[in-house]
Design a protein around this ligand. Structure first.
Ligand code: PLP
Length: 370
């Protein structure tokens, strides 16, 4: 029998969340961010369901080619550009738009020997570093860079973007400019005289920083139904969970007071009680940091993890679940338990939890079924 672990992918919820993006930013085009295999949901399934998106953002040429080979013709942006000069002909051929961030990439572009014969130009965007201090050109250099690109044959600078570092923090209203206000201001000033397409907002910018919206917004996490800001829950923002990670009870045991559960015996039963073993573990991407107390739901009702997470199994508390049976459905996160709640328990973020679900977990969407 196959293991009962699966990640249900609700594409109706995805489309609902997309609609929320356009409610928040009605005047901007939407570049749906589907890197890292659509945040673990399956890149093609997500791209196909988001047929209203104006474009897609990915992290690598491989992801871009996957979209093109699946017949997706919308603009596709490579958020960190290209890594080797020999990718350029392929980017050009497949109409993929690299977002370049370094002088190294600029000089590779200048040395590019176009072998593809089409007359069309390679569209590129530039990334500015307005305060994230990860990648991007210095905003002071933008005019010089623009001139350098204009000198390169067959290459057209179409847009400019930057990325917010702290947009998940609400404005603290203490009269001081927040880091996000500073980034928005610097970006606005740096790009105001340029007739290029402009983009700054990630999900947090979309919901909390209206001035960051510009021509294109770049939602990632909110599409998948998780809250991008610290002071609001997904439900407060009208977002619905897209992924439900679930499995089943594979064993039920009656334990005695003082019996220790699992590796290391970290948790001992405070009384005679039943526990259930559930087929999910860190081999599936369920985090090993989900120790005693982490919520799970059996048939929709909450209980908790007991002891350590193993590779293929966890143990959960059956007190109050007299009717639990082998084969009962257990949710790790999704419909009943927000992934953000598990992330808080595990001292991480929902992004990591969703990206970490391993390839042995089948993703099943409501469209695959129909
Ligand atoms: C990943 C990413 C996004 C999406 O961020 P979310 O917080 O998931 O909305 C937007 N822009 C860039 C440059 C990114 O790398």
């Amino acid at each position: 029998m196959t293991r009962p672990v699966r990640a249900l992918i609700d594409l109706v919820a995805l489309q609902h969340n997309f609609k929320r993006v356009s409610d928040f930013s009605p005047h901007s085009k939407i570049m749906a961010v589907i890197k890292a295999d659509g945040y673990g949901h399956g890149i093609l399934r997500i791209a196909r369901a988001l047929d209203e998106a104006d474009g897609f953002a990915v992290a690598s040429i491989e992801e871009g080619l996957l979209l093109r080979n699946a017949g997706i013709n919308k603009p596709v942006f490579l958020l960190t550009g290209f890594h080797h000069g020999d990718e350029l002909n392929e980017l050009h051929k497949y109409n993929l738009t690299p977002v370049i961030h370094s002088h190294e990439q600029l000089s590779r572009l200048a040395r590019w020997k176009k072998t593809t014969d089409a007359k069309k130009e390679l569209n590129i965007w530039c990334k500015l570093d307005t305060g994230m201090h990860r990648v991007g050109f210095d905003p002071d250099e933008i005019t010089i860079i623009q001139n350098q690109i204009n000198d390169i044959e067959n290459v057209n600078l179409a847009g400019i973007m930057s990325h917010l570092a702290n947009a998940d923090h609400p404005n603290d209203d203490n009269g001081q400019e927040s880091k996000t206000d500073e980034q928005i201001l610097l970006f606005t000033q740096s790009v105001k005289s340029l007739s290029l397409e402009k983009s700054l907002a990630n999900s947090a910018g979309i919901v909390a920083w209206q001035k960051s919206h510009f021509d294109w917004v770049r939602p990632g996490i909110m599409l998948y139904g998780s809250s991008p800001v610290l002071d609001k829950k997904a439900t407060d923002l009208g977002l619905l969970p897209v992924m439900t990670l679930e499995s089943e009870i594979i064993s039920i045991k009656k334990m005695k007071k003082h019996d220790a559960i699992g590796y290391g015996g970290d948790w001992t039963c405070p009384e005679d009680m039943s526990v259930a073993v559930v087929a999910i573990g860190y081999g599936d991407g369920y985090p090993r940091s989900a120790t005693t107390g982490t919520p799970v739901a059996i048939n929709g009702k909450r209980t908790q993890v007991l002891g350590r997470v193993s590779m293929d199994m966890i143990t959960v508390d059956l007190r109050g679940f007299e009717h639990a049976r082998i084969g009962d459905r257990v949710e790790l996160w999704g419909q009943n338990i927000p992934v953000d709640e598990i992330a808080a328990f595990c001292n991480t973020i929902s992004y990591e939890l969703m990206c970490q679900v391993t390839s042995r977990v089948p993703r099943i969407s409501n469209r695959d079924a129909g």
